[in-house]
Design a binder for this molecule. Structure first.
Ligand code: NAD
Length: 498
């Protein structure tokens, strides 16, 4: 196994494998290619990693198939699979700081975020699904007699087979766990294609899966570019299901390909989530939460609450409060004391976000805070707050399109009906946030919002037990909780006539 260590911004990069993990072996890519992983806060090279292509995908899918079609994995009981998942969770917990360091350096986010959210969530997700592994049962059914004979039926929940998991870069450890843990608990074998911009924790995870004793071929990890490694995985005839997290643009193409091939697919895509501050909310109490809703992880969060709806009578106060919160953010390196926001993932994302900030100004939105970057290396963008005082703010480009950066837009509403109408007036439907002291109104509004999750008076933090997924352009299907098991099993019906 090739590993590499270097120092970035004074922090030692943990030793991490840099090759492909296929059938229990670490190996170079078949075509010998590599790509360079860059630290977003310094633009320095962290490491070069093997770049998988179609031949590697084919190799990995065959290894996974062999485990499904009679291999040791297919003969293991759910209880045995659960033990392995528990061991993996324990190993991640033991090496939690390594995951924190890798993720903070790889994405350029402050270390406290993965330490507080992503890595604990990842451990919890593996443990949660370890618990499911021996409880994935079918149902007993009593259909009416047919042709004069009594009938009894039962269903079996069987693994879908080989799952291709393709992951975005913004929360890579956690998102990978949402795919791997339920798939493995249900007895599937997985080929994981991490994002080229953040693949280090996936490689480290493969090392731990190997250490704790998953049979070779059950988990394969193939870093590589989307078109070179992701696309061949999506169209490989040996793959039974694709679980994808990423942009709607790529997700749409994957959905079309999977429909053509009749392959199962789960799509976790982008968002343009509303945050509705209902009339009467205590602004001093809710502003920090609203700000966190679009500024955490540099705004690179699918469920970021970037459209903030405020009643006209408190509009100016909300804009001023959010501007103050944005101005209070400290941009810097992940491990610097006091850093509360890092850098965007790469130059392309930096240009994209700055392009949207320029578009907001061109369209006449008022810039209340932020705009621009820092006078140093790294893809830093200052947290930015726009205000659209006139009606029509929800029609601006910065309200319609996902920016995936620290940019929020405050839009006024006239009454609760108007807030609901505007909140739902979007192509997306991943999450929605409600801020209020009136819980009965909150429940009424929650029922009217077209979003996969509604968070009342709190952050959109995911939990292993709670279904996660989107409506409309935000995707198809759900992950986590029992929905994660359903998404990774086929329900087979067995009928007995007597
Ligand atoms: P992306 O679509 O560019 O890439 C996602 C993954 O797909 C990467 O691994 C990439 O290599 C791969 N890929 C690219 N082209 C491919 C192709 N033709 N075939 C197969 N795979 C291909 O998205 P991104 O920039 O990595 O992530 C940002 C997007 O992800 C945002 O839209 C964000 O909202 C979304 N996201 C959604 C969720 C969710 O849970 N709904 C979570 C995180 C991110």
């Amino acid at each position: 196994m090739s590993t590499t260590t270097s120092t970035i911004a004074g922090v030692q990069v943990p030793a991490v494998p840099t090759q492909l993990y296929i059938d229990g072996n670490w190996q170079d890519a078949a075509e010998g290619g590599t790509f360079t992983v860059i630290a977003p806060t310094t633009e320095e090279r962290i490491v070069d990693v093997a770049a998988a292509t179609a031949a590697d995908v084919d190799h990995a899918v065959r290894a996974a198939r062999a485990q499904i079609d009679g291999g040791a994995w297919s003969r293991m009981s759910g209880a045995e699979r659960g033990v392995l998942l528990h061991r993996l969770a324990d190993a991640i917990e033991r090496d939690a700081e390594t995951f924190v360091t890798l993720e903070a350096l790889d994405i350029g986010r402050p270390a406290f975020e993965p330490r507080a959210v992503d890595i604990p969530n990842t451990i919890d997700v593996y443990r949660h699904f370890a618990g499911w592994a021996d409880k994935i049962d079918g149902r007993a059914l009593t259909p009416p007699p047919a042709f004069g004979r009594e009938r009894f039926a039962y269903t079996r929940r069987e693994p879908v087979g080989v799952v291709g998991a393709i992951v975005a870069w913004n929360a890579p450890t956690m998102i990978a766990s949402w795919k791997l843990a339920p798939a493995l608990a249900a007895g599937n074998a997985v080929v994981l294609k991490p994002a080229e911009d953040a693949c280090l924790t996936a490689l480290y995870l493969a090392q731990l899966a190997d250490e704790v004793g998953f049979p070779a071929g059950v988990l394969n990890v193939l870093p590589g570019l989307g078109v070179d490694a992701g696309a061949p995985l999506v169209s490989h005839p040996g793959v039974d299901k694709i679980s994808f997290t990423g942009s709607p643009e790529v997700g749409r193409g994957i959905g079309v390909q999977c429909a053509q091939d009749m392959r199962r697919v789960t799509l976790e895509l982008g968002g343009k989530s509303p945050q509705v501050i209902l009339p009467g909310a205590d602004l001093s109490a809710v502003i920090p939460g609203v700000a966190g809703g679009f500024l955490a992880n540099q705004g690179e969060i699918c469920a970021a609450g970037t459209r903030i709806f405020a009643a006209r009578e408190v509009f100016d106060d909300v804009v001023a409060g959010l501007a103050e919160a944005a101005n209070g953010v400290t941009l810097g390196d992940p491990f610097d004391e006091g850093t509360t926001m890092g850098a965007l993932i790469n130059r392309k994302q930096f240009d994209r976000v700055n392009g949207y900030i320029a578009a907001g100004q061109d369209e006449g939105a008022e810039l209340a805070a932020g705009g621009g970057g820092l006078d140093r290396n790294g893809f830093f963008v200052k947290p930015t707050v726009f205000a659209a005082r006139e009606s029509g703010g929800n029609d601006l480009r910065i309200a319609r399109e996902e920016i995936f950066g620290p940019v929020g837009l405050v839009i006024p509403f006239d009454d609760v009906d108007d807030a609901v109408r505007q909140a739902n007036d979007t192509a997306y439907g991943l999450g929605a946030y409600l801020w209020t002291g009136d819980l009965s109104v909150a429940h009424q509004v929650a029922a009217r919002l077209r979003a996969g999750s509604v968070w009342i008076n709190g952050p959109g933090a995911p939990d292993a037990r709670l279904p996660w997924g989107g409506m409309k352009t935000s995707g198809i299907g759900r992950e986590l909780g029992f929905a994660g098991i359903e998404a990774n099993t086929e329900e087979k019906t067995v009928v007995i006539s007597f």
